[in-house]
Design a protein around this ligand. Structure first.
Ligand SMILES: [Zn+2]
Length: 251
């Protein structure tokens, strides 16, 4: 079992370097007792980076996936580097921060856009996907004509007046008794999720989510909305980051 250490609190999403212990070595992969590498899921792509014994040449982490309760880090490197991994040994992981931070900005921007679309039109987001420096949202219906400029205005306004992003862990029974009614997302919560990790953008959105988010919408930066494209069942809207690489501001 791997502890998903990036989930614990908002600061944990900003950890770029960590140590963990090797618990298993499946072919081509490494399982740790804890990790800050995000495994592909929920529309957010996996992290990349490096992994290896502290102070030694690391292997490249090329993919990260969930396998049951474990996280498998797929590694690549010269044979002498790959041979250095052994069960029980401590290793140091370093995230490709440029990539991860871009995902955090896209992911938080997606929550914000989903909330604004819901507030304007009542349409919920069925699915979201992040890739490169852009995000897409599949809506449950078609956007009314003329609403796109209003959404662009909403987003610009929200980004000009940033809001904090907070996190709380709510027992499942409590969430089921009193779910946030005005959810902008339609993705059902799997039965085994307990507690529910609730991500809130102040004054905008409350959403159960296991992704990595920013501390504040301030860090999203400028975005460009893309015109909606019809897909099966509803419109797909998207946005891209105007500046894909931005420095991470201090806390
Ligand atoms: Zn999220």
């Amino acid at each position: 079992m791997t502890e998903l250490a990036f989930l614990v609190d908002p600061a944990a999403a900003y950890v770029r370097m960590f140590r963990g212990r090797v618990t298993a070595l499946p072919p081509g992969g490494v399982v740790l007792d804890r990790t800050f590498f995000y495994p592909t899921g929920g529309g957010q792509p996996n992290d990349r980076g490096t992994l290896g014994p502290p102070g030694e040449e690391p292997a490249e982490v090329v993919d990260v996936t969930k396998s049951g309760a474990s996280v498998v880090h797929r590694i690549r490197g010269p044979p002498n580097v790959l041979r250095r991994f052994s069960v029980g040994a401590e290793v140091e992981g370093t995230l490709d921060w440029d990539r991860r931070y871009r995902h955090m900005r896209l992911h938080t921007g997606q929550h914000l856009l989903s909330a604004r679309i819901f507030a304007r039109t009542g349409l919920r987001t069925r699915k979201a996907q992040l890739a490169g420096s852009a995000a897409t949202l599949d809506l449950e219906g078609s956007l009314p004509s003329g609403v796109l400029p209003l959404l662009a205005m909403d987003l610009a306004e929200a980004l000009a007046h940033p809001h904090p992003v907070t996190l709380r862990h709510v027992p499942r029974a409590e969430w089921d008794r009193n779910p946030f009614a005005a959810r902008s997302g339609l993705v059902p919560l799997p039965a085994q999720v307990d507690p529910v990790r609730v991500v809130e953008i102040e004054a905008s959105d409350v959403c159960p989510c296991g992704g990595t988010h920013l501390r504040s919408t301030r860090e999203i930066g400028r975005v460009n909305l893309r015109p909606p494209v019809p897909t099966n069942g509803g419109d797909r809207v998207g946005f891209s980051l105007e500046e894909p690489s931005l420095p991470t501001p201090p806390e």
